[in-house]
Design a protein around this ligand. Sequence first.
Ligand SMILES: [Zn+2]
Length: 297
Amino acid sequence: MISFLFLVSILTSLAFAHGNDSHFPRSQDVTVKTTKITGNVYMLQGRGGNIGAIVGPEGILIVDDDYKAVSQKLAAALKELGSDKPRFVLNTHWHGDHTEGNEFFGKESTIVAHINVRKRLMDPPTIFGQKTAPYQLFALPIVTYTESMTIHLNGEDIRLVHYPNGHTDGDTVIFFEKANVVHLGDDFFTGRFPFVDLDSGGSVQGLINNVASLITKIPTDAKLIPGHGPVSTHADLKAYHAMLLESSKIVTDAMKAGKSLEEIQKTGLPEKFKEAGSGFIKTEAWIATVHRSYSMK
Ligand SMILES: [Zn+2]
């Protein structure tokens, strides 16, 4: 029994060391849930970030590919949709809960991402105090872009647009133009305080700016895939923006009034933000991120 527990703890720590965004729930019996959004566009959910998929006669394109430990199950779920070998894998940003599957799919799929994702995966920054190993060559994006690009597949125009310095410095938002579906990666945590990776070029103000810009660009009737959370609406994105804006202003106002981080955390945020602080990023952590982000300027 002791040796079994020891083994479990070793495996868990190895998994933790390798999974960059390893704060999301880990479970041996994770399942991959497939949700049809509209037409030939789907959302799949395993253990990490939400996966987008478009299927059709020209093959499957997926957006993000979860942890490596989920790859077999993700491949099986994709096979149900037509093929377990995606023609393209897009990475919304470098974090492991969105890209580890590159090590499984990368030998046969063409991986596409913003140039900074390739750079980060070749030399990963420290995240949650953990340094992770560089990805193998075949698991890196082999097609990169800087501002925007479009992939034409299965009658759809799949537009990749880079949003600078928000969640990280390599964020891509993917617009399925005809289906009217948008995958926002971790620029959108529906109803929750977000993780902003300040050590990977992320910025709270940058994220707020990006979300404001997206609100004006995304049609009000579009269906939105957040990095984490359920399929969402334009109204959810507006509420998220208001929450980011208002909660961060409380922190920056207190900073201007000369309050220390500890004092601001002790005061906390109004009751209305209780739900927002009930996810992975608790209220205290969000206050610390806002404080650090605005101190960096
Ligand atoms: Zn992330």
